[in-house]
Design a protein around this ligand. Sequence first.
Ligand SMILES: Cc1cc2nc3c(=O)[nH]c(=O)nc-3n(C[C@H](O)[C@H](O)[C@H](O)COP(=O)(O)OP(=O)(O)OC[C@H]3O[C@@H](n4cnc5c(N)ncnc54)[C@H](O)[C@@H]3O)c2cc1C
Length: 279
Amino acid sequence: MPQVSMIPAPCRVLEALPQNAHDVRFVVEAPPLPAAAFAPEPGQFVMASLPGIGEAPFCVSALPGEGTAPGTFELLIRRTGRLTNLLTRLRPGETMYVRGPYGRRVDWERFEGASLIVMAGGLGLAPLRAFVRRALLRRDAFRRIDVMVGARSPDELLFKDELAAWKARRDDVHVRLIVDAAREGWGGRIGVITTLLDNFEGEVDGSHAFLCGPPVMYRHCLKRLLALGLYEGHLWLTLERRMRCGIGLCGNCQVSGHYLCQEGPLFSYRELRQLREAV
Ligand SMILES: Cc1cc2nc3c(=O)[nH]c(=O)nc-3n(C[C@H](O)[C@H](O)[C@H](O)COP(=O)(O)OP(=O)(O)OC[C@H]3O[C@@H](n4cnc5c(N)ncnc54)[C@H](O)[C@@H]3O)c2cc1C
């Protein structure tokens, strides 16, 4: 594993693309470290900060060298509080500070040869986007790929252009979108994301499923996928807890003696069954 620096590195914002009233997609210059030191894997996160304000974890939503310009990566930041209020105001040419990547590096080869089911609710598409991009870059390594995305409203859907591009690939990746509520003009489905599993035409047996979204979505999707026959070791969830250090020192994200920042944030449901408080 590459040596990761604990010192936040200044990283120039190259693009700041508002997605809606509170989410901004950032294209950021990778930390100016030896190139091998910044090589995040899907599911990993960085700590992004502004001096004198604070620091917080954000999943890498597009990895360097995976459909991104050389030496760049992407974050999707939702305005929720003091730090994210200021981060989401950054404009191209301005600087955020980044250290990492942190979190477990999941051996990607274990998924190859399988079908993939990706279910993202709201902001959950930010980390899962990196998984889908990786899978599409290595399309021949997988069988069927299903991507299901839910949002509160059509406005809240993230990465709309990319979702449309994935949809245009037709049988290469089966994309289905659903929103909780919509005004006129939305031609897609309305309802909760679990309903996309009704009459599911994809493969479940032998598939790996990746879920990221609000807790209520986990509860229902977990039940449905397991009932459809998915093996619990093939069901992957991203767990988010308050994290301060990102390296297993502060104990903030500890659950049943496990440090989510180091052992997660991606876990299989099989692993999580030992972390009773987690789900
Ligand atoms: C591993 C991990 C990956 C993350 N990835 C992303 C990402 O890709 N994009 C993104 O926008 N956000 C992500 N987050 C959440 C992000 O870290 C928080 O939104 C951020 O810490 C808020 O900081 P703040 O100072 O702006 O808000 P604060 O003033 O600290 O909090 C504002 C509100 O957000 C809530 N909040 C803060 N942290 C969390 C959290 N971890 N989970 C749920 N609610 C929280 C608080 O309870 C409060 O209601 C991630 C969190 C973790 C643990």
